[in-house]
Design a protein around this ligand. Sequence first.
Ligand SMILES: *Cc1c(COP(=O)(O)O)cnc(C)c1O
Length: 343
Amino acid sequence: MTIDIKNLVRKNILNLKPYSSARDEFKDENGIFLDANENPFGELNRYPDPYQRKIKKKLSELNQIPTENIFLGNGSDEVIDLAFRIFCESKKDKVLTFSPTYGMYEVSANINEVELINLDLNEDFQIDLETLKPYLNDENLKIIFICSPNNPTGNSIQNIKYILDNFDGIVFIDEAYIDFSPEESFRNQIENYPKLIVSQTFSKAWGMASVRVGIAYASQEIIKFYNKVKPPYNISQMNQNTILNTLDNENINQVSENIKIILEEKKSLIENLEKLDLVKKIYPSDANFILIEVDNADNIYQKLIQENVIIRNRNSVIKNCLRITVGSPEENKKLIKSLKSIN
Ligand SMILES: *Cc1c(COP(=O)(O)O)cnc(C)c1O
């Protein structure tokens, strides 16, 4: 690992003079603040902490990762988009993903006018290393996105270590579903791999999708560039407070309990789906959703909508496949009942 992060960063970002907010210069909480043209009246009148220090401190304690290795974004979507803006020169650099996968890597690539190389996962939805190898030496290839557990297939991706050891660019591992998975997170590997970004989110296992907070764990050097490029106050104080509250020990226990319930429900949902004739195949899942193959996905999808049950039709991506999120016990019962009525 000889390549310096700076060699991967866009020149304009390297040279960028970042916006310096009033609160960057004076960090103390107590004082008479006449520095930011805020209104002295009200309860939400002050700008929030631009670096979300309290949340990072809590995450740092929970995961034994220094706060300097943590970035918080307005959802993982911001964490993904900023990676493009830090590393990828429009119309010159490239990124690589393995399809089928999460759609935002491609959307972000298109927004930033960065070429996306899309390699198919094999029939087990795993990376085919032989297909990948020729791409690893392309010096314009800046980022490889790996989603594990993968959305929409649900499985964990193997051979990630090989890519980390053999690619000199950024390896971005999207672990949105890691808290449902028996696999270990790669966030503990950021010390060993300075070009690794591990993104996680409060949107799924933490049950905070509406709050819009995503996390990146990476080397201090990468995190510095994230902080340089991000909008100064990217997470509102209300959202910071909500996340802090979720990180209270009592609430963490509740989150763990809910994850257990979801995983038990997933098991029983699979058992019930196996009994249905219209289900041809159930793919293994380490996430909180199940990918199934049916005879006529469009038809079943539409009929479920008539029953007021909405699932995700992935027919356009994987032939005749439907993605079902594990819901509450009542919701899952209703789903099975509706599927039976279609039979
Ligand atoms: C749901 C999901 C996310 C979460 O995105 P947020 O912007 O944090 O809500 C990220 N990656 C994948 C693969 C997802 O499925």
